[in-house]
Structure formats: structure tokens, C-alpha cells
Design a protein around this ligand. Structure first.
Ligand code: SF4
Length: 315
């Protein structure tokens, strides 16, 4: 393919259930033959102050190792080109003395050409984890690492367990280990006690860390969480305004990232997800969505090499 153009797409999700464990495995319907989301972990024990997940979903638990690998083998046999390991708190994956670092290596070794993590907490970017990612060429150069705030006081109130400096250090180590890494993140606007300076610190950190994409959440109280009754509630209009600021910053960062991607001289590896009406769609390893005209030949599931030329709408 000659000149892919970055653009936007959507996809649906279907689900089925592994016979061995009853844990749901989500598989993206339209892209079944190309990319499969494999949910290997559910629940969380972290108890961030704003989050209802530990109460709603219970403590962290993992799909048994053998069941995951049986599913991966079936996906490899079916010709799936990319497996996305997912979980509520994926870094908590643990079974029979093995952890997520072991799982990444094993999934790649099972014959899956591309392996991606859905999300990982900054404190789980240990040297052991980063070494596993760096030593596994199938791992895609994209990590989604939730930040939530760039202000230490807010991070402490959120009970996130790290400072802004520790988060930045984790990203620096990840970038050193994984050349060309795209980092995306989540941020919350208007957490209780968040001052104008705290909000500015979040934007500044996002810009300094040059995220490829921001997912912005306007804070809203979840009944039963510690944050719901914290003092310093931010007025709703301020939350909305701060979320808009963050989204604007996210759009700037995304545009910068895509413009840089379009200038890369070397061809990028693109997984073809769909070919329709002479147009192919796919994603790079760093999760830039691309479309390009094809004269024929390209099929969903192919992994092709292509130059990125032009950035258009965002994904
Ligand atoms: S925000 Fe994430 S890490 Fe924190 S309690 Fe909720 S699921 Fe766990």
C-alpha cells in the first residue's frame, strides 16, 4: 500500500465465555480474525478514593494460566494477528506464581504476531515488566498508563499511591526500554480539593510527557466511595470547564503525535483490519489508525509495511 492516511473508526464488541472458567472473554466482532481482546483479570483491590470497582467487581482475580494459554492457542490457530490482554487492573494478573510479565512472554511464544496491553498502572511498570516487554518483539509500542492528576496533593487524596514525579519516572523508564513508545492516559477533571494550580499542573505534566492521547473524565461522585464525601467539592461548572481544557490539551497532543507519525521516514507495520470498497483500514503498532486505497490483494488479518503520509481525523 502506498500512502495510508490516519483516520477514525469504530468497532463493536461481542462476547463469549471460556468453557473452563466461566470468565468472559471479549472478542471484537468485526475484527475477530485480526484482533482479539482477551480478558485475563477482573476486579481490583487498589481502592482509589473515587472508584466503585472494588465494591462492584470484588477483589482482583485472574483467569487461570492454562485457560488463558488454551484460548491463545485457539486464537493463534484461528489466525488472529493481535491479542490485546485486558483486565480491570491488568497488572494484578497472577496465577500459580506467574505474573503479567510471564503472560506477555507466553502469549507471544504461542504464535501471536502482535501482543498489546489494554492498560497498566504506573507502579506496575517495574523493571521486570519492562524487561519482559522489551524482550518480546511481538509487544506493540503502546501503553495506556492512567495518570488521573499531575498534582501530588490530588494524587494523595485520590489514594493513587504515587507522586507526579514517580509517574514521570515510570514513563521515562518505559520509553527507554521501548523505543518509539506511544503513551496514552486517563485524567480526571475536578476531583474534590483540586485547585486551579493543581489543574494547571495536570495540563503541564500531560504536555511535558507528550501523551499520544488523553481520555478525560469529568469527576462525578460515586455513592459509597470515600471521594463522594470529601471536602472541597469543585463546582460542576468548574469541573466542566477544566474537562474542556484537558480535552483541548489532548487534541493538541494528539495532533502533534499524528503529525510526527506522518513524518516518520521508515515504513510502519500496519495490521489490516478491514477492506471495504477499495479502502483498507488498519492500525500501526503504536495504535495510529490508518486508511488507504488498495487496488486489491490486501485482506483483513494481513500485516503490511506502509509509509504514513498525512494525518487527518483523530483516533
Ligand atoms: S481506579 Fe483502577 S486501580 Fe483504582 S480502584 Fe479503580 S480499578 Fe482499581
Amino acid at each position: 500500500p502506498a500512502s495510508p492516511v490516519t483516520s477514525h473508526t469504530t468497532s463493536h464488541t461481542t462476547s463469549y465465555v471460556t468453557p473452563a472458567t466461566g470468565e468472559a472473554l471479549r472478542v471484537r466482532g468485526a475484527a475477530f480474525r485480526t484482533r482479539a481482546d482477551l480478558k485475563v483479570e477482573d476486579g481490583c483491590d487498589a481502592r482509589c478514593a473515587y472508584c466503585i470497582v472494588p465494591d462492584a467487581r470484588g477483589p482482583a482475580r485472574s483467569v487461570p494460566w492454562d485457560d488463558v494459554l488454551a484460548q491463545v492457542a485457539a486464537l493463534a490457530t484461528a489466525g488472529v494477528s493481535e491479542v490485546v490482554l485486558t483486565g480491570v487492573n491488568l497488572g494484578r494478573y497472577a496465577d500459580t506464581g506467574r505474573d503479567l510479565a510471564d503472560l506477555v512472554r507466553a502469549v507471544a511464544a504461542a504464535g501471536i504476531p502482535r501482543v498489546r496491553l489494554s492498560s497498566i498502572e504506573p507502579l506496575d511498570l517495574t523493571e521486570r515488566m519492562l524487561t519482559a516487554l522489551a524482550e518480546t518483539p511481538q509487544v506493540c509500542a503502546h501503553l495506556h498508563v492512567p495518570l488521573q492528576s499531575g498534582a501530588d496533593a490530588v494524587l494523595a487524596a485520590m489514594r493513587r499511591g504515587y507522586t507526579a514525579a514517580q509517574y514521570a519516572d515510570a514513563i521515562a523508564r518505559a520509553r527507554a526500554a521501548l523505543p518509539g513508545l506511544a503513551v496514552t492516559t486517563d485524567v480526571i477533571a475536578g476531583f474534590p480539593g483540586e485547585s486551579p494550580d493543581d489543574h494547571a499542573a495536570t495540563i503541564a505534566l500531560c504536555e511535558r510527557l507528550a501523551f499520544a492521547k488523553l481520555h478525560v473524565f469529568r469527576y462525578s461522585e460515586r455513592e459509597g466511595t470515600p471521594a463522594a464525601t470529601m471536602p472541597g467539592s469543585v463546582p460542576p461548572a468548574t469541573r466542566t470547564a477544566r474537562a474542556a481544557d484537558l480535552r483541548a490539551a489532548g487534541e493538541r497532543l494528539r495532533a502533534t503525535y499524528l503529525a510526527d507519525a506522518a513524518r516518520r521516514p521508515e515504513p510502519q507495520e500496519v495490521l489490516v483490519e478491514r477492506v471495504r470498497a477499495g479502502v483498507a483500514e488498519g492500525t500501526t503498532r503504536d495504535y495510529v489508525h490508518v486508511t488507504w486505497p488498495v487496488a486489491g490483494g490486501a485482506r483483513a488479518g494481513d500485516v503490511v509495511s506502509a509509509e504514513l503520509r498525512e494525518s487527518a481525523t483523530l483516533r
